[in-house]
Design a binder for this molecule. Sequence first.
Ligand code: TEU
Length: 529
Amino acid sequence: VAQAPWWARGVIYQIYPRSFQDSNGDGVGDLAGIAARLDYVAGLGVDAIWLSPIFPSPMADFGYDVADYCGIEPMFGDFAAFDTLLADAHARGLKVLLDFVPNHTSDQHAWFRESRSARDNPKRDWYIWRDPAPDGGPPNNWISDFGGSSWEWDEASGQYYLHAFLKSQPDLNWRNPDLRAAMMDVLRFWLDRGVDGFRIDVLWHIVKAADLPDNPVNPDWTPNRTERDRLIQHHSTDQPEAHEIAAEFRALADQYGERVLIGEIFLPNDRHARWFGTVERPEVHMPFNFQLIENAWNAAVLRDVIADYEASLPAHGWPNWVFGSHDAPRIAARVGEPQARVAAMLLLTLRGTPTLYQGDEIGIGEVVIPADRVRDPQELRQPGLGIGRDRSRTPIPWDASPFAGFSTVEPWLPLNADWPTRNVAAQDRDPSSLLTLYRALLSLRRGQPALSIGDMVLVAGDDDVLAYERRHDDVRLLIVLNLGSQSRALILPADAIVMEVLASTLPARTLADVLAPDEGLVLRLASVR
Ligand code: TEU
């Protein structure tokens, strides 16, 4: 255990600052609010917090449109508040990761203002500017992730600029050495200030094929899918030069000791695994693995997902898993309340670093956002596809006081309808709550190296039952999860003798040979000798 780095042993907790805790009564969460809730976070038993962007931003994409990489958004606080939060977190043994957004800036960033001001501006080439196609249209067929062309016409300077996301999020040109140097300085700035690492937003996007060829058409596209999916992002993502840059980030981070880089990367396993780099030239410590979010809640499917992912990892690679984020539908809404408990056990017992999204520990579920309160630009641009991200960004209900203890005024997004009963204070006192289960599982994981750094062996199962062993030294644990609503015989590996039930997703466990509906178990087996 001692040799494994903290990010491999530990659990990461994602905080979406706008929705965690408001301290100044403007309906939006802030840094002082997070600091005030650190005892709660540390008390969960997690090891690190990752803060979604806290930098100055016009908030067109809620912080993923950065106007100054080396500042603090006034709505969230100032450097004094940040330094306090960092020190208070460190004092509780919590690492702090920031969200680095290297693919694009806000169109309000000083760099872009300069870049668009004139064709001969020294920063013109810091962004991706091109002349129109011969017909006057955009330079190629690329589609923004949020719909529409990836190109925006700039009348004043007579060229188009590229944006993979909103037109107010122009893509940076990582082929320009000065931009590259400036961005390395950004990383140094925060590392020097004491942050423990970064989650790197859409890292696989940062370099595009040099001559910007048209992307191939996706033959599997259907009208119920997003516009972006019409094309395969072949030339706009995952370029070899982006891997070189990731290796540069890593070399810099390594100069600072045990810091961690987590890349947001969506690719099939073989290409995903390349983002670990090689032993000689490592890239990120962990490319984010979204497969629990992307795949059906079915034991046979997940068994294959786990096996294929494990098989794809290079020898120096370390797995990671995540069930929720500010972009994905809430896990409890997806699988329902009883299965959210099984999901918690899965996330915290798989081999690899888990990232837990704020609010999933109390099972925040489906939220209906009234049409006049929708804020997500992705939803506003492509309504009706059910892709709205606001529903995973609603404020944390802390207690039953007005506005759920989140704020003293109406929050920026509505609270979940069930907040008067589903809140942290209510679950804190309830031994059968999801929060109590999360704390128990996190504490078990912390005390059992087999769960954090042990080996994993998948055990045969079926569509409903997912089972695997975790082993470390002579400790042998069996995790059996019933993803269905029928009770099932508890079938053990041939050589297994159950010594003890270490955890169950159900409040009371009575029958030893039956797996109840929606039940997950962590069993200690007699040691292998
Ligand atoms: O998301 C990247 C991304 O690929 C998104 O388009 C994602 O697929 C979509 O939101 C799912 O509905 C990152 C951030 O996590 C997201 O919040 C930002 O909007 C985006 O980058 C641009 O910075």
